[in-house]
Design a protein around this ligand. Structure first.
Ligand code: 5GP
Ligand code: MN
Length: 337
């Protein structure tokens, strides 16, 4: 049977592979300020597409550059600057991206591609693009990409394995989520050449000594509101624009310290990513559902980890957050009762 065009709508890994194989060229994007799942899934997918004989490059929309430590996942140099991408890609792929806004400065490409395949695992996926390989139960986008790589008939090698492992490790919180399937995939990737020790050391990067003082200042400014989130409590801290600018790769890690003190409550790191624009990174147990909280504020994510960008002043950002967290705690509390 001659392969016809893949009809728009939901696709499985085989359908995604068919769409990619039939492309004259593929541009793979991940979300702005990529994490290891966005970078790993985009690089792994483009690597496999190239091996299947179709030209492919990767890019990430600005305004911020790709964090330097993630570059190690791209030994082949598939990632190009946003101003170097093809103006009219045949097939556009958006990895780990729940809404068009998450493509940053590259979002206008959505109107110029012949087809747009979204590969994502966010419950907050908004339904953009022509073809969707979206599974909110997947612990990471790389698990979906792994299936597409297999459907393309491309065997794993060390480059693919490293990129996939990095995303899997990060989005499962070091295998706290994802169950036995995630661990089985991890074993397959280690067999194929991913070395967790080397990889994770490289991904955390090296920080300047000055980061210790900056982190101390951020954490010294943290506040705890025990009555927030319907009594579960909120721990939050802010990061000013100068610190974000100077320690771009390090700042996101600070939310882990807040989370460690938040108990059953919620941790929030509120960073001024550009003058007057604040990015909030939230962590919790999954109750209340932070992806619902973030979605109502204009962002997205997962029940236990979500984020949103909003204009300041920062007091307004915090007030909106407090309001939505309390409302969601009330909703989820009722659902549990
Ligand atoms: P992080 O806090 O690590 O930046 O992100 C946690 C989760 O929330 C990730 O799945 C990430 O994609 C999502 N997320 C973070 N910030 C935003 C945002 O501004 N908008 C949307 N839609 N999702 C976000
Ligand atoms: Mn992800």
């Amino acid at each position: 049977m001659a392969p016809g065009p893949v009809p728009p709508g939901p696709v499985d890994a085989a359908g995604a592979a068919e769409l990619l194989r039939g492309a004259s060229g593929v541009l793979v994007l991940g979300h702005v300020r990529p994490d290891a799942d966005a970078m790993g899934s985009a690089v792994a997918l483009a690597t496999a597409v190239r091996r299947a004989g179709v030209p492919a490059v990767v890019s990430f929309g600005g305004p911020d550059p790709v964090p330097a430590p993630l570059r190690m996942l791209d030994p082949g140099g598939l990632v190009v600057e946003p101003d170097e991408v093809p103006a009219r890609p045949d097939v556009l792929v958006c990895c780990d991206t729940s809404s068009p806004g998450r493509l940053g400065t590259l979002a206008p490409l959505l109107d110029r591609a012949r087809a747009t395949l979204v590969v994502d695992h966010h419950a907050s996926f908004t339904g953009f693009g022509t073809h969707h390989l979206v599974d909110p139960h997947a612990p990471a986008t790389v698990t979906l990409v792994r299936a597409v790589v297999a459907a393309l008939g491309v065997p794993l090698d060390a480059t693919l394995a490293r990129a996939l492992f990095a995303g899997l490790y990060t989005d499962t919180g070091g295998f706290r989520l994802g169950g036995a399937d995630a661990l089985r995939l991890a074993a397959e990737l280690v067999d194929a050449g991913a070395e967790p020790g080397t990889l994770l050391r490289g991904l955390s990067g090296t920080s300047s000594f000055a980061w210790l003082a900056a982190l101390a200042t951020i954490l010294a400014g943290a506040r705890r509101e025990p009555d927030a989130v319907g009594g579960l409590g909120l721990v939050w801290a802010t990061v000013d624009a100068a610190t974000v600018e100077r320690f771009r790769s390090e700042v996101p890690s600070a939310v882990g310290h807040l989370r460690a003190t938040a108990g059953d409550g919620v941790a929030a790191l509120v960073s001024e990513i550009s003058p007057g624009e604040w990015s909030t990174s939230m962590r919790g147990t999954g109750v209340p559902d932070l992806s619902a909280v973030a979605a109502r504020l204009g962002g997205g994510g997962h029940p236990g980890a979500a984020g949103v960008e909003r204009p300041g002043p920062v007091e307004d950002v915090l007030d909106a957050l407090r309001g939505e967290l309390a409302a969601q705690a009330d909703l989820d509390g009722r659902a549990l009762a």
